[in-house]
Each structure stands twice: as structure tokens, then as C-alpha cells.
Design a binder for this molecule. Structure first.
Ligand code: GLU
Length: 368
């Protein structure tokens, strides 16, 4: 199974895995899931969990019925339930000495470049600190216009911004079927989808939709986002104990295989930017380093024009003012003005805070 080669894995769990239909918390299941996470950690995998359940647990605590809640009330209830959810994770995971953190995201946090880079850095720092981020939508402030709407979409965006290798959507079905398996006995599980647009046309999606909160359509949308980012996606049944080990052992699931590499996907996206926000002119030494596959450091920059934020697209020119690369700047133009020409160990003093030393990372750069 693909997990063996995956370094960063995002796992999404739906509310129905946390609370059953009799409103009982599935503690035994969560403990088995924690064991799966421990096992993945022992293999040096970096894990992000996207968990629903804030509204379900809030309703349980406050005695409300989830099905007929208005949005504003569910926002208030989510703020109560989110604490319950995290307490549940904290109690369960601390037994196995797994550290956890909470990240609540709103649509703009992944859709807007600058904010998504900030979020990405937080994820990376948590990995370094050996804490597992547990993500949910910031339901208490998200209204319909600024909402992901379902955690399938949220999880795919998280996978995209963190450059994950695999996203696992733990659902209440074994995967994607040729027809709705609850209605048709001859429905077959599709093990692998390697050409999403083509393969999906062969499936009678309409009859296959109504499972879980997001349904099968949102899962397919999530697969599109992942696959374009070079990330594989798996839909599997999370109702079993030790759901991740089940996937590895039994391979009962649907794999949406991305046909492009993560790096290729990223570079294609960089090169296709229609309006770079600024330009950097770099010296011959820096150009040589870049052509040799290195990142761009502040020391090699001799000129700057335009006004841009961290994460924006920029052009890179040589001393003859010829464009030879494009990339994403890890600094704003204001910051670059202060650090241009400086050696990396002077950056902190110039800016007054610690940052990374590459102005454009090699993975964020394409030669034109
Ligand atoms: N964010 C919601 C919650 O935690 C759930 C959204 C979903 O399940 O897709 O209750």
C-alpha cells in the first residue's frame, strides 16, 4: 500500500467515527486509532489529523438535536463541542504519550497565499516539535460564504498546503463503488482510480452520493484537489478498529492515484502565474548557484522592484535584466529591501526576528 512511501499523511475522521448514532462516544475506537498513529510515528511519518465532531459533541453535551440546528446556533454549539473534542483526543492520545495541538482553520487560511504559507510553517514547526496537529474548521466564525462546508474539502486543502503525500478520508463505507452498495447488490468496490476525469464518467455517481456528511461528491472534489497537487488520496472505512492498519493489511479501500509528482505540480503552478508581483535582480554568482539547483539567498540579490507579500510570485532576472527564473518569495518586498546583499547570518539582526534564510527556496523556483 502507498503509505509505505508516504512521509506526510493527512487523516480525516468524520463525526460518525467519534460519536455513534446512539450519541455514544466511540472511545474504544479512538484508542485503537491512537495506536495506529503511534505505529505510523514509529516509522517516522509526519501525521496531521483533521477531525470533525465539534458540533456532534457540543449537541451531546448541551442536549440538542444536530439535525435541525440553525447555522448561528451550531456556531455557538461548536465552540462548546470543540473543547470536548480536544479533551477526548488529549485524554486518549496522552495515554500513549502522543503530543497533540489544535489548529482551527477558516477558508481564507488555505485559499490566500500569504496565510497558507503561515499555516504551512506552523504545521512544519509542530512536526519539528513532535506534536500532532489536530485540525478542524473554525466553525464558530465560519458563515456560509467563508466556509469549506465539509471536512473532506478542508482536509484536501490541508494536504495541498502541507505538501502531503497521502490523504486518507476515513468514511463509513469501504470506498467508492460502481453503484450505491446500500441499494445495489452487484455494486463493486473500485480499488484504484488513476485517471479521475475519465474513470469517474463510468460511475453512476448520483446513486453513490449520500454517505457521511460530505457525501461521495465532496470526496471526489477532494480527490481532484489532492491529485492536482501530486498527493494520493484514499477513501476507506473508518468504522473498523485500527482503521489505518486495516488499510495496510487488507487493502479494502479506493486509491485515487496522482499521476504527477508533488514537485512537478508545484512548479507547474508557479510557472503558470499570470502576473508576478515583482522582480529581483541577482548577481552572476547567485545565478550560477540557482542553475546548479540551489536556493536563492539574500546575499545574491542586487536589485528589487515591485511591492509584494511573502508567498507572492516574482520574476528573477540576471545582471543583463534577462528573466531566467520564476519563484515564490519567502519574504515581502519590504523585508528584502532591508536584507538585500546581506549574508544569511545577518538577517535576524536586520529584521529583528528569526526567519528562514532562503529568499526563494529551490522547490519554489522554476527556470524559464
Ligand atoms: N466541522 C464540523 C464539526 O466539527 C464538521 C464538518 C464535517 O463533518 O464535514 O462538527
Amino acid at each position: 500500500m502507498h503509505l509505505k512511501n508516504s512521509k506526510i499523511i493527512v487523516i480525516k475522521i468524520g463525526s460518525s467515527l467519534i460519536v455513534d448514532n446512539k450519541k455514544k462516544i466511540r472511545k474504544k475506537w479512538l484508542s485503537s486509532f491512537a495506536k495506529d498513529i503511534q505505529k505510523l510515528k514509529s516509522k517516522n511519518k509526519k501525521i496531521i489529523i483533521v477531525s470533525s465532531g465539534a458540533i456532534a459533541l457540543g449537541c451531546k453535551k448541551m442536549n440538542y438535536n444536530k439535525s435541525n440546528l440553525k447555522l448561528d446556533k451550531s456556531q455557538a454549539i461548536a465552540s462548546v463541542g470543540q473543547i470536548e473534542l480536544m479533551n477526548l483526543f488529549s485524554q486518549t492520545f496522552s495515554k500513549l504519550k502522543i503530543n497533540i495541538s489544535q489548529i482551527l482553520l477558516t477558508l481564507d487560511d488555505t485559499e490566500e497565499r500569504r496565510r497558507s504559507i503561515n499555516a504551512k510553517r506552523t504545521f512544519e514547526n509542530l512536526f519539528k516539535l513532535d506534536y500532532i496537529p489536530i485540525v478542524n474548521e473554525n466553525d464558530t466564525i465560519a458563515t456560509s460564504e467563508i466556509k469549506y462546508g465539509d471536512n473532506d474539502r478542508l482536509a484536501s486543502r490541508v494536504a495541498q498546503i502541507t505538501n502531503a503525500d497521502t490523504l486518507i478520508l476515513l468514511s463509513d463505507v469501504d470506498g467508492l463503488f460502481t453503484k450505491n452498495p446500500k441499494l445495489f447488490k452487484d455494486a463493486k468496490l473500485i480499488k484504484k482510480v488513476s485517471n479521475l476525469d475519465k474513470d469517474i464518467k463510468k460511475i453512476y455517481i448520483k446513486g453513490v452520493t449520500e454517505f457521511g456528511k460530505g457525501g461521495m461528491n465532496t470526496k471526489i472534489e477532494a480527490a481532484k484537489i489532492c491529485n492536482l497537487a501530486g498527493c494520493n488520496m484514499i477513501i476507506a472505512n473508518g468504522l473498523y478498529l485500527n482503521p489505518i492498519q486495516q488499510i495496510e493489511k487488507k487493502n479494502i479501500c479506493t486509491l485515487f492515484e496522482s499521476r504527477i509528482s508533488k514537485l512537478h505540480a508545484r512548479k507547474k503552478w508557479i510557472i503558470s502565474s499570470v502576473s508576478p508581483k515583482g522582480t529581483l535582480v541577482i548577481d552572476d554568482g547567485a545565478k550560477k548557484a540557482l542553475v546548479g539547483g540551489k536556493s536563492l539567498l539574500a546575499a545574491g540579490i542586487i536589485n528589487l522592484s515591485g511591492k509584494f507579500n511573502k508567498g507572492d510570485h516574482i520574476k528573477i532576472l540576471d545582471t543583463k535584466n534577462k528573466e531566467f527564473a520564476r519563484g515564490l518569495s519567502s519574504f515581502s518586498s519590504e523585508e528584502i529591501n532591508k536584507i538585500m546583499g546581506c549574508h544569511s547570518n545577518e538577517i535576524e539582526k536586520k529584521l529583528g526576528y528569526i526567519t528562514k534564510s532562503e529568499v526563494v527556496h529551490k522547490d519554489d523556483m522554476v527556470e524559464v
